[in-house]
Design a protein around this ligand. Structure first.
Ligand code: GLV
Length: 320
């Protein structure tokens, strides 16, 4: 059977597929595979190990052919999947939950600390001026005693909440589902609406999936609800934040700063964002640890091996 891995991945995933006896093709290009090349390369595959930039829709599924059994996303998010199209073609979709939770939560905290302690600004200053103590140089904000608002209490949001608690923060959260057990365990407080969370937080960390109901969840009106001293962190999906509105809010000091790992129209940032000092940006690398990315490839490979061997996948995607 034929498996296509649309882009080179770290770890043992490809070897696992080869050892299982599949004929494996791996995309060797630098970036995501260009659409027409992708549609050509996946043709005839029984399983595809794909990237979050690969839109898995009617066009894609038709291009692969009716022998296709599984598309294993190399990502926990699967907003690139057209779920009704997958099910009408009888194709299983899988994702990579759990194995990247720690990496993403730690990256959210790296961004929180980078923006509140002005690490990128300070690095630039240190390069031009050397190291020189000044009583008022690069004043930032301490985290202990501040309020961390976790928007979306899934696996990653929960871990961010735990880390915040360990750092002495007051943790509040909003989710479509209240979780009294988690509140008890971690000492977090539920807010009944995103608006209540936004107005009470010193740091807002976004951890919701991209759905119709979460697109532009953080818009101009909601940015205005945040404290002028507060920071917005996004390691989920770019379109959850109206990035043009965010640029305005950062320019006007409606909020103090933002740290983003994801963009609304990747790979490009909204005009003006990169010129601001009160911003820290990383290029969608929150899960980029050797541990997490290797485990993601291996879990995706396991899903393909299971399905092509006639067994159920370990981590099928579930509609939210
Ligand atoms: C990355 O964004 C992922 O969803 O795993």
């Amino acid at each position: 059977m034929k498996v296509v891995v649309t882009r080179k991945i770290p770890g043992n995933g490809v070897k696992m597929l080869q050892d299982a006896g599949f004929e494996v093709t791996v995309g060797e290009q630098d970036g995501p595979m260009e659409r027409s090349k992708l549609l050509e390369t996946i043709k005839g595959a029984d399983g595809v190990l794909g990237q979050l930039q690969d839109k898995v829709n009617e066009e894609y599924l038709t291009a692969v052919g009716s022998q296709l059994k599984i598309v294993a996303n190399f990502a926990v998010g699967f907003d690139n999947f057209d779920l009704p199209a997958l099910s009408s073609h009888n194709v299983i979709g899988t994702n990579t939950p759990d194995v990247l939770t720690e990496a993403v939560a730690e990256h959210a905290f790296a961004l929180i600390m980078a923006i509140t302690r002005r690490i990128v600004e300070a690095h630039k200053l240190a390069l031009t001026q050397g190291s020189s103590f000044g009583p008022e140089v690069m004043l930032g904000m301490e985290l202990k005693g501040k309020t961390l608002g976790v928007l979306g209490l899934g696996r990653i949001g929960s871990r961010v909440a735990e880390i915040g608690k360990a750092m002495g923060m007051n943790v509040i959260y909003y989710d479509v589902k209240q979780n009294p057990e988690f509140e008890q365990k971690v000492g977090a407080e539920f807010k009944a609406t995103p608006d209540e969370l936004l107005s009470a937080s010193d740091i807002v960390s976004v951890h919701v999936p991209l759905l119709d109901s979460t697109r532009h969840l953080i818009n101009a009106d909601r940015l205005k609800m945040m404290k002028p001293t507060s920071y917005l962190i996004n390691t989920s999906r770019g379109p959850v934040v109206d990035e043009v509105a965010l640029v305005e809010a950062l320019k006007n000091k409606t909020i103090a700063g933002a740290a983003l790992d994801v963009g609304e129209t990747e790979p490009k940032w909204a005009p003006g964002l990169v010129d601001l000092d009160n911003v820290v940006l990383t290029p969608h690398i929150a899960s980029a640890t050797t541990e997490a990315r290797s485990a993601m490839g291996e879990l995706a490979a396991e899903n393909i091996i299971e399905v092509l061997s006639g067994r159920p996948p370990k981590t099928p995607v579930k509609k939210s």
